[in-house]
Each structure stands twice: as structure tokens, then as C-alpha cells.
Design a protein around this ligand. Structure first.
Ligand SMILES: [Zn+2]
Length: 309
């Protein structure tokens, strides 16, 4: 129903998004994969050109070394934030990724002051149209639909287009009987789109409900940080929920919670390990093992649970 509304609004040319002719593009055409596109530090924090400081152990690290180590600190295993396309590239079989919905463009539905400029800046900074990249690919020859959010685009916040792209990807998975993997990273719902952003929580959840009805697997991978409306919707709906080590995962920030409940929060609150202990997360997987873990989960699932077949 929400989707109907989306189309209706759109046909009046005053919608949540502008959709031009759809085309799918291959990995080769993706022109935005920057070489050092994992977490970019602010210039003033960089001690020297080509170096970055690890947030985990404060070591001064060579950017190349970190990039070659999949964005993981070689000394303390701190997981740097990653760009969506790098994450997809390191997860899927080389050349197998076909991107969906490259031509949906976010507009300013509420005419929120300064939003159009913010969008332009985000496009420029991230070389992306929105905060999620969706498509299909294979992982160790197992086909799947894969979505990766990108914190370089307005902190991975979820507006109408992010919700629409994820919902469409899930619907495509149902159509093709494919499992879905979503790598989440988000500051939450995008305030500049107000209620329309909050509606995406219901829309993505409803799409995943249909995926579940179709008996298809959904693996949610929580990466640092996964917060707000994304945590409160599709990120927590995985049949299997994986998190990267030490990822911040929560709804409201710790300061807001402390002020509300007037209590000091326990050590490690909202970190992946804390949530795993309490059953919110099924497993914590090191980035170096992520592809193998996803591959074996997809294979077990496609065999109907019989791993000896
Ligand atoms: Zn480190």
C-alpha cells in the first residue's frame, strides 16, 4: 500500500523521488570505487600524508597496508568503516555484481531548508546517488541479492530512496527466489524527509515479511554504526543476524538513554559483543572471514539444511 502511494505521488511529478529509465549496470561500469574508500579521516586528524590513526590502538598505520588488509588494523583488528562498493567487491565473486535501480534520484519532498544542498554535497563526496547500493551477485557461486549501505552519504541515513531501493531489491529476490544479504550502516531515519523517512521502516519490514512468506533466507550484517530507524526495522529482522566486531548497534544514543533513565550504562553497552551475549546478535564475524561465512550459510540454506548433501 505504501508502495502504491509512492507511485501515485511520483506520477504527479511531486513525489519522494524522481525515477528515470531503469537500467542495470555491471561492476565494470561502477566508476566510484575509490582506492582508499574505507573510513576517511578528517584531514586535521591525519598525522601525515598516507597515514591514518587507528581508533582501536592509536597506531599510525599506512593507508595501503590497511586497504590491503580489507580495512582492518593489522595490529589490533579494529574494523574501519567501509564504502559500500568495497564491501560488495570483497564479498561477491569477481565480476558477478549487477547493480539495481541506479537511476532513482532523491528530491526534497518537504522542501526542507538546506536539504537540496546537503544532497548535492553528499553526492559529490560519496560519488553515489544515495546511501545504499543494491543488486545481485554470487558468493562462491551461490546467487543472492545484496544491499550495502554507505555511511559516506549523509551517515547512511534512510530516506525514501534508501527504503525504496531496499524494498525493490527484496521484491526482486522474491521474484527470482534468491536469498537476501543486507550490510547495514546507518545513523537512522533521515530527518529532512520527516514522516516519509519513518514510513520506510514499515515498507522495508513489509517487503521482508513477504520474503519470509516465500520461505527465502535473509541475512542481516550489522556494521559500525547501525542505529536509529534502520536498527528498528530491517537490520534486526534477519533470519540470521551477524555483526562485525565491536560495531556500535543501538536505537537511541547512550547519552540520550542515560539522561532518560538516569542511570549509568554498563561497560560495552551497544557494542556487538554485548548484544551477542544477550541474544540480539547471532554471531560476530571478523571481516576476513565474512565471505566464507556468508558462502557457507547460503550453501546450507540452499541444501534445505542438509550440509552432508
Ligand atoms: Zn589498531
Amino acid at each position: 500500500m505504501l508502495k502504491d502511494l509512492f507511485h501515485k505521488k511520483n506520477s504527479q511529478d511531486k513525489g519522494y523521488a524522481v525515477i528515470t529509465v531503469q537500467k542495470e549496470r555491471s561492476a565494470k561500469e561502477l566508476d566510484y570505487a575509490a582506492k582508499y574508500s574505507f573510513e576517511k579521516k578528517k584531514v586535521e586528524e591525519e598525522p601525515q600524508e598516507g597515514l591514518l590513526t587507528c581508533k582501536g590502538c592509536s597506531a599510525k598505520l599506512n593507508k595501503d597496508e590497511v586497504a590491503n588488509n580489507k580495512g582492518v588494523c593489522p595490529q589490533c583488528s579494529h574494523h574501519f568503516r567501509m564504502r559500500a562498493i568495497d564491501r560488495i567487491n570483497m564479498t561477491v565473486d569477481s565480476g558477478s555484481f549487477i547493480e539495481y535501480d541506479t537511476d532513482i534520484r532523491t528530491v526534497n519532498p518537504l522542501e526542507f531548508e538546506g536539504y537540496a544542498e546537503k544532497l548535492d554535497q553528499a553526492r559529490e563526496k560519496s560519488s553515489l546517488e544515495e546511501a545504499v547500493v543494491t543488486g545481485e551477485a554470487s558468493i562462491d557461486k551461490s546467487p543472492c541479492v545484496i544491499c550495502a549501505m554507505d555511511s559516506a552519504f549523509m551517515m547512511g541515513s534512510m530516506g525514501s530512496v534508501v527504503g525504496e531501493k531496499i524494498s525493490r531489491a527484496v521484491e526482486k529476490a522474491i521474484e527470482k527466489s534468491l536469498p537476501v544479504i543486507i550490510f547495514a550502516t546507518s545513523g537512522g531515519a533521515r530527518m529532512q524527509e520527516g514522516m516519509l523517512s519513518l514510513m520506510q521502516m514499515a515498507k522495508t519490514s513489509a517487503a521482508l515479511g513477504k520474503l519470509d512468506d516465500a520461505g527465502l533466507l535473509y541475512i542481516s550484517v550489522l556494521t559500525d554504526p547501525t542505529t536509529g530507524g534502520v536498527t528498528a526495522s530491517f537490520a534486526m529482522l534477519g533470519d540470521i543476524i551477524i555483526a562485525e566486531p565491536k560495531a556500535l548497534i543501538g536505537f537511541a544514543g547512550p547519552r540520550v538513554i542515560e539522561q532518560t533513565i538516569r542511570q549509568k550504562l554498563p561497560e560495552g553497552f551497544q557494542r556487538a559483543e554485548f548484544l551477542e551475549e544477550r541474544g540480539f546478535v547471532d554471531m560476530i564475524v571478523h571481516r576476513h572471514e565474512m565471505r566464507d561465512k556468508l558462502s557457507s550459510l547460503l550453501k546450507i540454506h540452499s541444501m534445505g539444511g542438509d550440509i552432508n548433501e
